[in-house]
Write a protein of this length. Structure first.
Length: 588
């Protein structure tokens, strides 16, 4: 373009020089002057041309640079336009998504608010219900505790009174038992004395019966001897001999029968006494063993006394037998001198001895009756003592059984008291657990309230960030509008409109990015309950980066617009200079 302008100027000068020469041909001086002037002008024009050529070269370089910059700007504008179109599509898509997300966000917020209200209502209802249940359980447990304590007090009082009664009864029973033991000991001693006396009397009766039998035998021998003597002497009347013999024989037979009966009766009584003694019940008590030892000792002493008494009786009987033997021996020595007198004397003595023996037998029978009566009395007393002893033993066993039952009842009462104490401890533990659970529920409620407050704060922060993003978006849109106005005022060409369109696309892209950021903010807002701080920080970082990128692009656009403006101004000045340079040449 600059070369064409220079060529036009040169052609114009060439066309103008023949006219000057043709006009200056007639006069010579004028021609010389005009030639000089023209040469001077030509030199000046050449200088101007050279200067203009330099300027043109400079302008050509500038134009080339401007063209290259323009081409670069066109390329950048086309790229920005494409990006703006893509961003516009993305913006529309994102606007739709923002609308959907905004609705979803509102729905989520509504559901969140509703869920929070429902959760709070449920929590309040659950806390109130649990509180009422715990209060009712607490009151029930306290009532049970009071009842159990009252029952425990009643049982302890009853046990104390029962133990006091049992102890008093046990003391009374022990006293009665000791009294009965003493009575039993005294009765046993009396029984032992009476049994010893009975034994002595029975032994005396046995010895007496034996002596009587021996005396009867001797009397029989004496009678036989008397008969022999009467037969030898054949003096005396047979009637007297027969009468005395029959009387004596009858008397002897009756005496022997009575003595045998008494002996048999004594033996029967002795056997009965032994059987009764053997058939006595033996109590396996400790005091009975001590009593048996004492009775054995007493028996030993009584047997010693009896052994001392019995020989005296036997000595008396032996003296009697010796006298009778002496009497029996006398007739044998004196049988020759006076047989009848001796027989009479012997009969008299025998009669006396028989009477004495009969009296002794009667006495022995009376003594035997007395002994049997005493034995019966002693047996009755012994049976009564045994009955009393058995009753006292039964009473002692009953008291022992009662004591065992009372001990069992006391153990059961103690177990019931322990169970009541355990139940009280369990109720205390349950009450403590309930209070701890209530405290935990209150703590969880406070934590939920804190989380709710944090979520509200995060929501407010996100809303503030959205407001800031909207403000930045509005500022960017206002700047874009200002740029559009400036571009419209500065450039009316299509290229500038294209660049402005590209800038609009860039602005739309920035707006789309802002919308993307808003969508991310809304997404972050929906996920703010779980990742509030991190997402907000990332959002701020991404927003700052995007804003920095948008600001850098906007600065580049401003730079390109400023460079284009400068290039246009330089072209305008070049055109003005060329127009100014063409005007004087045309005048010449």
């Amino acid at each position: 373009m600059g070369c064409s302008i220079v060529a036009q100027t040169l052609s114009a000068l060439n066309t103008q020089s023949p006219e000057v020469t043709s006009k200056a041909a007639p006069p010579g001086d004028e021609l010389n002057d005009s030639v000089k002037a023209l040469s001077e002008k030509l030199s000046e024009a050449l200088l101007n041309i050279r200067a203009k050529e330099d300027l043109v070269k400079q302008h050509a370089k500038v134009a080339e640079e401007a063209v290259s910059g323009w081409e670069r700007a066109e390329n950048e504008v086309s790229v920005l336009k494409k990006q703006n179109d893509a961003l516009a599509q993305k913006n529309s898509i994102l606007e739709e998504r923002v609308g959907h997300l905004d609705g979803a966000l509102k729905e989520c917020l509504r559901q969140l608010r509703q869920a929070r209200e429902e959760q709070e209502e449920k929590i309040y209802d659950a806390v109130a219900k649990k509180g009422c249940e715990w209060e009712s359980e607490k009151s029930e447990l306290e009532n049970k505790l009071v009842e159990l304590r009252a029952q425990l007090q009643i049982t302890t009082d009853a046990d104390k009174t029962m133990l006091a009664e049992i102890r008093s009864k046990l003391d009374a029973v022990e006293k009665e038992n000791s009294i009965l033991k003493l009575k039993l000991l005294s009765k046993a001693e009396e029984l032992e004395l009476r049994t010893s006396e009975r034994d002595l009397s029975t032994q005396a009766a046995e010895t007496a019966s034996k002596q009587h039998l021996d005396s009867i035998k001797r009397v029989a021998k004496l009678e036989a001897e008397c008969r022999r003597l009467k037969a030898l002497a054949r003096k005396g009347t047979l009637a007297n001999d027969q009468r005395s013999g029959t009387a004596s024989s009858l008397y002897v037979e009756s005496f022997t029968d009575s003595q045998s009966d008494s002996a048999e009766r004594a033996l029967v009584i002795e056997n009965d006494g032994c059987k009764s003694v053997d058939s006595e019940p033996r109590h396996p008590d400790s005091w009975a063993s001590a009593l048996a030892t004492e009775i054995g000792h007493f028996k030993h002493e009584r047997t010693l006394g009896r052994s001392l008494i019995v020989p005296s009786v036997e000595i008396d009987l032996m003296d009697d037998f010796l006298e009778m033997e002496k009497i029996a021996a006398l007739p044998e020595t004196n049988s020759g001198s006076h047989p009848i007198a001796r027989v009479d004397d012997r009969e008299a003595t025998l009669q006396d001895e028989l009477e004495v023996m009969i009296s002794r037998t009667t006495e022995l029978e009376e003594k035997l009756k007395m002994v049997t009566a005493e034995k019966v009395n002693l047996e009755f007393a012994l049976s009564e003592c045994q009955i009393q002893l058995k009753a006292s033993g039964d009473q002692l066993k009953a008291t022992e059984v009662r004591l065992v039952e009372l001990n069992k009842q006391l153990a059961l009462a103690n177990e019931a008291r322990r169970d009541a104490e355990k139940e009280v401890e369990n109720t205390k533990v349950k009450l403590k657990n309930a209070t701890n659970l209530l405290d935990e529920v209150e703590v969880n409620l406070l934590q939920l309230q804190d989380q709710l407050m944090e979520a509200n704060e995060a929501k407010s922060i996100v809303e503030a960030a959205l407001e800031e993003a909207n403000l930045k978006k509005a500022e960017a849109e206002s700047e874009i509008k200002i740029m559009e106005l400036e571009l419209e005022t500065l450039h009316s060409s299509n290229t500038l409109e294209k660049e402005v369109e590209k800038e609009r696309n860039l602005s739309r892209e920035a707006v789309a990015k802002c919308d993307i950021l808003e969508a991310e903010v809304s997404r972050m807002k929906s996920d703010s309950q779980f990742q509030r701080s991190a997402i907000i920080e990332e959002f701020r970082i991404n927003q700052d980066k995007e804003l920095a990128v948008a600001a850098s692009k906007f600065a580049e656009c401003q730079k390109t617009i400023a460079s284009l403006d400068r290039q246009l101004k330089s072209l305008a000045t070049l055109e003005d200079f060329l127009i100014d340079s063409d005007r004087p040449v045309a005048v010449l």
